[in-house]
Design a protein around this ligand. Structure first.
Ligand code: CUA
Length: 330
């Protein structure tokens, strides 16, 4: 059952609000495009030269009229502006506590990994009633993650993270599209979002299932690393952290050649040039791939770049690990 005929389901917390604004804009456009031309036509005919209208006393100006046709459109335009801006800020402001899911786009499919290590392709399972944050990047060209039923769409770019959040409001299966032309099979880069009641979602999350990894190998669906505490995705990141030798410089107790990463995620970092930066996913990404772009105050520019040495998948795991340090550090 659709909420409106011809419209996708309204299945997220802001779907209804987006539609209300949309319908208001359509009504306003219809008013101006559908009514005003007929008024103009009527006036053209009514006051045509051939009509016997008294023209002996022409009106030069009328302040009341001019104020009316200036202030009413101004009020309408300001209403649309503030309404749209309010909604936009609401949609773009990620809540503090979210369920983080990592998405990698590539020609021509979607790879999804959940913090517990569970992977899926061209499908995204989410719980109903929980804010979900997607941390997205692309392995190749620009894609766009579009879920019409949630009224959300966000470009997915190579070389950086884009973030999108939503809260599913009712269980169901919804279309997932790539909304940015990305090559010959762009139109096949489709999938589905499955919104489940929380208990079903938790059961789904705990059930392993085989999935093809971004590099083409098969993941048997077992948790990535079972011997280390914490989320398997963060644990895989910790394994990388160890094998890449990161701890040699980033001692968790501090006092290393590089800054400690404990409690780093979400913190405001002071840089050598006096600027500050919030340590979000994009900052962590840049610090791994291009470490000398932003030097933390008090440290030297000695970290080597890991560009080309780790995959997007591994980068996500490293970042999940660094984020887990923030959680336990607080
Ligand atoms: Cu990916 Cu279009």
């Amino acid at each position: 059952m659709r909420d409106f005929p011809l419209f996708p389901d309204q299945a997220s917390t802001f779907a209804t609000q987006v539609d209300q604004l949309y319908f208001f804009l359509v009504a306003l456009s219809l008013l101006f495009a559908g009514v005003l031309p007929f008024v103009i036509l009527y006036l053209i005919v009514r006051y045509h030269r051939s009509q016997k209208v008294d023209r002996s006393n022409p009106v030069d100006s009328n302040l009341k009229l001019e104020l009316t046709w200036t202030l009413i459109p101004l009020a309408l335009v300001m209403l649309v502006f503030f309404w749209g801006a309010f909604l936009y800020v609401q949609i773009r402001t990620v809540p503090d506590r979210t369920l983080d899911v990592y998405v990698i786009g590539k020609q021509w499919m979607w790879h999804v990994q959940h913090p517990n290590g569970k992977r899926e392709n061209n499908e995204l399972h989410v719980p109903v009633g929980q804010p979900v944050k997607l941390i997205m990047t692309s392995q190749d060209v620009i894609h766009s993650f579009y879920v019409p039923a949630f009224r959300v769409k966000q470009d997915v770019l190579p070389g950086r993270y884009t973030v999108m959040w939503f809260e599913a409001s009712k269980p169901g299966e919804y279309h997932l599209f790539c909304a940015e032309y990305c090559g010959t099979e762009h139109s096949l880069m489709i999938g589905r979002v499955v919104a489940l009641p929380l208990a079903d979602y938790e059961r789904w999350l705990a059930t392993p299932g085989p999935v093809v990894l971004p590099d083409g190998t098969i993941d048997t669906g077992q948790p990535l690393v079972v011997s280390t505490p914490g989320d398997p995705m963060a644990a895989a990141g910790e394994g990388l952290f160890t094998s890449l030798g990161c701890a040699g410089c980033h001692a968790m107790a501090g006092g290393g050649v590089g800054p400690s990463l404990q409690g780093l995620y979400g913190a405001t970092e002071k840089l050598a040039d006096g600027a500050t930066v919030v340590a979000d996913e994009n900052y962590l990404r840049e610090s791994i791939l291009n470490p000398n772009a932003k030097i933390v105050a008090g440290y030297a520019a000695v970290m080597p770049s890991y560009q080309g040495q780790i995959s997007e998948d591994q980068l996500n795991q490293l970042i999940a690990y660094i984020k887990s340090l923030a959680d336990t550090g607080n």
